[in-house]
Each structure stands twice: as C-alpha cells, then as structure tokens.
Design a protein around this ligand. Sequence first.
Ligand SMILES: [Fe+2]
Ligand SMILES: [Fe+2]
Length: 273
Amino acid sequence: MNVAQIEITLRRPSFDYASTPRNWMPANPTFGYQLNGGSLTLPYLEPYLIRVMRQALDFLGDRRPDLHEDIRLFNGQEANHFRTHSRYNALLRQRYDGIEELEHEIETDFARMLREESLEWNLGYSAGFETTGMVMSQLFFQDVAESLEGADPAVEGLWGWHLAEEYEHRCVAFDVFQAVCGNYRERLRLFFFQANHLRSFGAKASNLMRAQDEAAGRLLVTPEERAAHQRIEHKQMRCAKRRIALALLPWHNPRRHAPLSSADVFLTQLEWG
Ligand SMILES: [Fe+2]
Ligand SMILES: [Fe+2]
C-alpha cells in the first residue's frame, strides 16, 4: 500500500472582497454559486466538527495518543476556515435577501445533531464530510481546474487555501471514526446522510442567490457561454460521481491518495495578508 506522509500546517491568510463580483467564477457559474452556498454552512458546520473531535478526544482518553496532535491541527485549521469564511459570508448577507433565515436553519440542525445523536453518529457525519471535502479539492484543483479561468482572485484564494487544507487533513476524521466506531455500513450510511443534508441546504442557498442575480439581469450569458457551462458541469458531475464511488469502497483509506501538487503550488503562490 502506498501510504502518503501527511503534514498539516496552520495558515492565516486574509482576503479583500472589495472588487469581488457576484458571479465570481464566470467559467463555471454553477460551481461558483454552489461554493457560495457551501461557504454559508461553514460557520455552523466547522464549529460542530471541532466539538465532535473534542468529544472523541475525551472518549479516547489515553488510547491512540497518535491521534491527539492530528486532532489539534485539524481543529486549528477548521477554526481558521470558518472565521475567514465569515467575512465573505457577511458580503453575501449584504447582497442577497433571505440569507439569515437559511443560516438559522442550518445552525438549528447542527445544534440538534450535537444534542441528540451519539458520538459514533457525529463522527460518521464528520468522516462523511471529510470525504466530500477531499472530492471538492480534487475537483477544484484537478478535474475542473479550468473553472478558475477569469475567477475573482479573492474568492479563488479563499477557496483554494481552504480546499488545500481540507486535502491536507483528509485522514483525520476518518482515522478518528475508525478508532471509535469503524463500522463500514455506518460510514456509508452517514456519508449519504451528510451529502443529502448539505446538498439540500447548499442548493437552497445557491438557488436563492442565483435567482436574485438572474432576476436583476446580472447573469446574462451568450448561447456559446451557456453551452460551455453545460460541458463543464457535465464533466464535473462525472468526475464527482467517480471520485465518490471510489471513496466509498470498503478498503478506501484517504492516506493512499497522494498529495495534490497543484494545491501545494497554489499555497506557495498565494499572497499572505
Ligand atoms: Fe474546513
Ligand atoms: Fe475539514
């Protein structure tokens, strides 16, 4: 088995959205709006992940000391992510009507999950989301990297940094889930639960933003552009399905996925604020 040596690094970039357009990813607007929808979940989802990891740490006690440092670094990265995304989300809230209601809905869901579900369940959800994060990184940096042509540098920087770090910590929730629960059927079931949960929220949020931009005439595209968008969306869907199918195999281990060289290059080229 080819096992990657994984290093997790904490970074604190900052981004200036003063000239960020609404359609920030013009080569693949659907992905851009999906990422906007995803950004809105993060100040609720990522603190939830941090709490679940802390509970797992308490549960494990002196067992598996090898996971302690990984959990500390995972939590450090996630805390930087949601704080940094919060500043971008403030811009989305200012631009679009109805965002607060959606945020309230997702906040309530995560509070309920922490209150009512078991540690094993919450770890299954967290490991499922980590798989989604890994696939998003592969799409962003490899499969449909052409989406970034003409993208707004600030939001591209925000997501590039975040997804590069998601890829770095792709093993942590998986390792902790395996240590505490390790049940393959639960991993599978909770992957689909989190995928549907986040997809339904993300779709509501991205449709809301896109519909408001379309109604205001801010998203006019030529027939050629529309055809190009459809081609890239189909490619993205095909790649995502294949990546997810591979990640759901019983012998999947995120450690076997080699580092993403394009993500590493992206981080070295990012301007650190
Ligand atoms: Fe994150
Ligand atoms: Fe993460």
